[in-house]
Design a protein around this ligand. Sequence first.
Ligand code: FES
Length: 146
Amino acid sequence: MNRKAFIRICSVACVGVSTFSVLLQSCATTNYFAVAAIADNKISIKKTEFIRIENNKQVTRKYVLIKTEKLSFPICVFKLSNENYSALLMECTHKSCELQPAGDFLICPCHGSEFTNQGIVQNPPAEQNLKSFKISTDNENIYIQL
Ligand code: FES
């Protein structure tokens, strides 16, 4: 193999690897919207919405998102423990940008504010905590009071 052919093959391989890693990253950061039922200002979702199957193994999601016509922003429901959840409006309290989930945090893409999975401000410029919703549960469901 001559030098030119070797460089061409290496270039193609580099582009392929870069493209593949970008695709993998986008898959990893895909947000899951739960199936929700709404009645009387109350949203209900199944607790099983936090479970997904990956390589024949059961994996627990840290959070699920809910979109409803009643609100301009989605709600992020975090699973804090087996019976403890939080439901937060994904509207930044600084200038109303839509927040993005990142692990146990919600991050604002506009100016970088950061909130915990309980809606508490961790990084400015936002100064106020997120709007949170009252939650109740039974054996199968999580209920969010709007
Ligand atoms: S709008 Fe979120 S930090 Fe400014």
